[in-house]
Design a protein around this ligand. Structure first.
Ligand code: UTP
Length: 476
């Protein structure tokens, strides 16, 4: 029986020059052989072969960069926006009050740079309470639920690397107050990791193919495949607020942002921050022939990045912070079109098991991971729009390990605390230096609501670290 299985697998693999996958077959027991066979049968070999053969021309960023222009945008300091701030806020509020909005957080990444042995969302990041990224996000959604008296479905995309632990963590913490029916966890797809030199699929173990998640753009097919789009649509949801798990400053379902998207009749709207320097390490939102695109910082030639407008500011100013609103019917259409978004190549160091069964830990990139990016939907969207937000208030990505100079636990904690200190000082409270402050979204989810509470309770100075979670916290 397993001999027949071996023969049929070998035949299949030989056609694509991938027979090395079976090299340890003789040393595997029955369940291990079955596991390996299952993995092999799930692979789209023609697609993988095509991707490797075309690896240098999957996405031509250089051609785009040549014609890149500044994108039209709703700017922060501009009186000439076609839609007023007040109108946008009202439209956003109406959408939330009528239950049209759901939230999607992508949390399937492997978080290799952070070096944390659990899903990144479980990282304790809050500066005083030590709340995790997930807790912060869940409480923000709960706060919006309460504000609008409507459930806001929260979809969490995991990957095989993060799924089980994430699901368990949510259950153990009673989803931080969200109803079970309002939290939809679904798992994204994977794609084999291949050798950089010859495109051979790598083995993570003698009985296991090295698989990696297919990028945050994998959300498009995973949402459809797991029935999430259908479920949301049945609940009357029309727009999805998308963000990444590693940004604790994201203002989930911000009314103004939603409102610009709705009133501009956009299918996909992205938040952007104004780049400080041409080489800032964020994706660049640009306009090419009337369509919006994101070009990664590593793909933007210096001469384009350094172009200046007559007033001296950068022409390519819009840095993407991976916060979007996407229409559900647009996602539905794109999910049906498997080739809608291109794959990108990431060259990585990936440990693998060699022909002798030894685990090899490379010191240089040895492998290709193929990934799709959600922002590649931008050029496909009708009336795609950009909304500028203030970087210090909306973007604190946790990417790097402790001790790194940027985007590390220390820098992110400081940014969160500084953000809340701004709420206090705006409310007329004096804050002594070096005090750390944190405000739970359940206490106040905007500077304005916080100020009202401060006013009601009378509080003049903050002299020690503070975590505002309940009304009593104001008295301390
Ligand atoms: P990053 O590209 O920063 O990757 O993901 P990462 O996994 O967090 O960290 P490194 O690069 O391994 O150090 C940005 C966001 O996209 C999600 C991540 O969970 C994060 O929220 N993501 C990334 C997915 O959900 N799936 C993927 O396949 C890749």
């Amino acid at each position: 029986m397993t001999n027949n299985l071996y023969q049929s697998l070998l035949e299949k693999l030989t056609a694509f020059h991938q027979e090395q996958i079976l090299i340890h077959w003789n040393s595997l027991d029955e369940p291990q052989r079955m596991q390996l066979a299952e993995q092999i049968n799930a692979i789209d070999f023609p697609q993988l072969t095509r991707l490797y053969q075309n690896r240098d021309r999957l996405f031509d960023a250089a051609a785009l960069a040549e014609r890149a222009k500044e994108p039209p945008a709703f700017r922060l300091e501009c009186d000439g926006n076609a839609i007023s701030r007040q109108d946008a806020i009202q439209a956003g509020k109406d959408a939330l009050a009528s239950g049209q909005v759901a939230v999607l957080v992508v949390a399937g990444g492997q978080g290799t740079r952070l070096g944390f042995e659990h899903p990144k969302g479980m990282f304790p990041i809050a500066p005083v309470s030590g709340a995790t990224l997930f807790q912060i996000h869940f409480e923000k959604v709960l706060a919006r639920n309460r504000q609008y008296g409507k459930p806001i479905p929260l979809c969490v995309m995991t990957s095989p690397a993060t799924h089980e632990e994430t699901v368990k963590y949510f259950a153990e913490n009673q989803r931080f107050g969200l109803a079970e029916s309002d939290v939809i966890v679904f798992c994204q797809g994977t794609i084999p990791t291949v050798s950089l030199d010859d495109g051979k699929i790598l083995l993570a173990a003698p009985d296991k193919i090295a698989l990696s998640p297919d990028g945050h753009g994998g959300a498009i097919t995973a949402l459809k495949k797991n029935g999430v789009l259908e479920k949301l649509s049945a609940c009357g949801v029309r727009r999805l607020f998308y963000f990444q798990v590693d940004n604790p400053l994201v203002d989930i379902a911000n009314e103004e942002f939603l409102g610009y998207h709705i009133l501009a009749e956009s299918e996909l709207t992205s938040q952007a921050i104004r780049k400080q320097n041409p080489q800032d390490r964020v994706g660049n939102i640009v306009s090419v022939d009337g369509r919006l695109h994101v070009i990664e910082y590593s793909d933007l030639p210096d001469e384009v990045a350094e172009r200046r407008k007559p007033d001296g500011s950068l022409e390519i100013w819009a840095g993407s912070i991976a916060v979007h609103v996407i229409n559900l019917d647009f996602l539905q259409r794109q999910a049906e079109n498997a080739a809608a978004t291109p794959f990108h190549v990431a060259k990585k160091k990936v440990s693998y098991v060699d022909a002798r069964g030894n685990l090899v830990k490379p010191s240089e990139p040895n492998a290709i991971k193929f990934e799709r990016f959600i922002f590649d939907l931008l050029p496909l969207a009708q009336n795609a729009a950009v909304v500028e937000v203030d970087s210090s208030r909306h973007f604190a990505p946790l990417k790097n390990a402790s001790g790194s100079p940027t985007d590390s636990p220390e820098t992110v904690r400081k940014q969160i605390s500084d953000y809340f200190i701004e709420w206090l000082t705006k409310s007329g409270v004096t804050v002594v230096p070096d005090v750390k402050v944190e405000i739970s979204p359940l206490f106040a989810n905007s500077a304005e609501t916080f100020a009202e509470k401060v006013l009601q309770n009378g509080i003049a100075a903050m002299t020690k670290d503070a975590y505002f979670r309940t009304k009593d916290d104001l008295v301390s």
